[in-house]
Design a protein around this ligand. Sequence first.
Ligand code: TXA
Ligand code: MG
Length: 351
Amino acid sequence: MNTRIYKVTPEALPDILTACRDLLSRGELVAFPTETVYGLGGNGLDQEAARKIYEAKGRPSDNPLILHIGKKEMLYPYVTEVPEKAERLMEAFWPGPLTIILNKAPSVPYTTSGGLDTIAFRFPSHPVANALLKGLEFPVAAPSANLSGRPSTTRGSHVIEDLDGRIAAIIDDGDVPIGVESTIVDLTQDPPVLLRPGFISLEELKKVVGEVLVDPAVQNQNIISHSQVVDHPKAPGMKYRHYAPKAPVTIVSGPEDKVAEAIRNRADASTGILTVDEHVKAYPEGVVLSVGSSKAPETIIHNLFDVLRRFDETGVHKIYAEDLTKEDSTGAVMNRLLKSAGGNFVLWDEL
Ligand code: TXA
Ligand code: MG
């Protein structure tokens, strides 16, 4: 398939949006930027479009899709009820990087919900996503615009890398502002349950709705140590190995100097090292990539997926990543890093 690639400029945007709305209305797929990561969009009410999404990503079709809307009112026809806590969360965080799960109405096909009776909704704040969605009569199903298993796409170039030739169009607007996927909260239960940490932290959610439980699929110690965990993992997507570079990743934890020494002792030219700006000099050998400054945690969120992708271009055989728990107030960075490492987390003296 010949993929149209639209580079966003203020002058070109109106025509790009018209062309892409037209493609979506005809059941085609369009990748577009959101404030979190790029999304791979298709008509969420069209079973055929949902099937195309699963196929283009190479994604198992039991993994449900998030419906994206450009105005809050678009939510109501597609869910059976909206609890008061959901209203409060929408009021506090929409438009923005929060996804809520509600009970789905029959109008949403099971192909979109991955066979579940619940459905995820998100109202993105990115101006391009917002303008695109506002002009449509249907919600847009959009998983992250990456091939299944690979790190999510945070730059237009990442989307082209993964999906050129597989979908009808890509809207390339460069870097996204945040760089990690939305926070997901299940509101079909009370208290609500955090299914995936994101840019909006557990603490911020609790300020709005009080108690919030944590799904067991969220393995970060920094999140679960001060929270109650519920019984069964709920977000089907969290069970897959994810965000993974080709080389195996090991996260190394402990005092800074011990971690650096342990990694240094095992590093050669074909070793990848994922670190922060402040520690780059500690590693004279290996492919050393910094995710950002420990003094500016938002840079780490912004660069994490790009760095995980760049390791693949370098041909490293193994990757050591420093434990970033200290730099990670949202829990989202360690959640994704742990998944990219398949849970392979060790202390410096176990390496
Ligand atoms: O920031 C984001 O949320 C991005 C952008 C494009 O909006 N989208 C995104 O979608 O990350 P995706 O498909 O890559 O991840 C959605 C996650 C999956 O882990 C999926 O299993 C879970 O949400 N999910 C979706 N619907 C669900 C439901 N009804 N119940 C439980 N989990 C659900
Ligand atoms: Mg994804």
